[in-house]
Design a binder for this molecule. Structure first.
Ligand code: SAM
Length: 229
């Protein structure tokens, strides 16, 4: 038994005060400091141009746009490019910040993005941002209520990104899961306790055809669901 736990509270306080201060943690001699800082480095002119617009949108249009954080944008790009996505479908374009991250992947895979937005002003800003990044030709913005518009989609999907109305995620999943290719991904943003919609969590964790992991839970939270082959 720890002797301190037997002391009354007052005595414990003074006992603690009497204890020597804990020594600061020491770096083992010779061990270099670890840094997890990372930044997207442009590999060519196409990436330089897209990244320039990404930085500008982040600096000047982020306010009120509800765009994903930069780190999440980088995650989206890595997911899309690593599965060789040819068709990404996004619910919730806003001003196109996440779409620009997807475009980095899609320029490399030869793919395209179909993205849905209900707000005309945001859709117009996104269209202008895609054009000046040089990716307007690989992106289709569908304006209107995505719950209605997605029912017109017929093409297979490699990666489905849910980032519109949170209570709508289950409806989007139900309508679009048949189009997601085996081996494709359903990526859902804002999978943290205060934002995630329980029926969506239930839908992605109780279907044996799906495998879900959650990443970046200490920040915005992303659900990554694999449609098994
Ligand atoms: C969180 S923002 C999207 C941010 C964007 N993915 C990004 O990271 O740059 C959500 C967007 O979904 C749009 N939205 C909400 N409900 C919608 C619906 N039913 N149909 C289409 N868009 C919708 C909103 O207008 C808003 O611009």
């Amino acid at each position: 038994m720890n002797a301190l736990r037997l002391l009354p509270a007052g005595l414990l306080a003074s006992a603690c005060l009497a204890l020597p201060a804990a020594a600061p943690a020491q770096e083992p001699a010779g061990k270099p400091r670890v840094s997890f800082e990372a930044k997207t480095l442009p590999a060519n002119d196409v990436e330089t141009k897209i990244l320039g617009v990404i930085e500008d949108v982040f600096a000047n249009q982020r306010r009120g746009s509800m765009s994903v954080p930069t780190h999440d944008g980088r995650i989206l790009r890595v997911l899309a490019e690593s599965i060789g996505a040819k068709h990404v479908v996004e619910l919730g374009t806003s001003v196109g910040y996440s779409g620009l991250w997807f475009s980095l992947a899609l320029k490399a895979t030869g793919g395209k993005l179909t993205t849905y937005e209900i707000d005309k002003d945001r859709a117009a800003k996104a269209r202008a941002n895609f054009a000046r990044a040089g990716v307007g030709d690989i992106i289709t913005i569908v304006e209107g209520d995505a719950h209605v518009e997605v029912t017109k989609l017929k093409e297979p999907i490699d990666l489905l990104f849910l980032d519109a109305d949170k209570e709508g995620y289950v409806d989007y999943l139900n309508k679009l899961l048949p189009l997601v290719k085996p081996g494709g991904l359903i990526v859902a943003h804002n999978m943290v306790e205060r934002m995630a919609h329980p029926p969506y969590l239930q839908a992605i964790t109780t279907n044996p055809a799906l495998e879900t992991v959650y990443i970046n839970l200490s920040e915005s939270g992303i659900g990554v669901t694999l449609k098994k082959r």
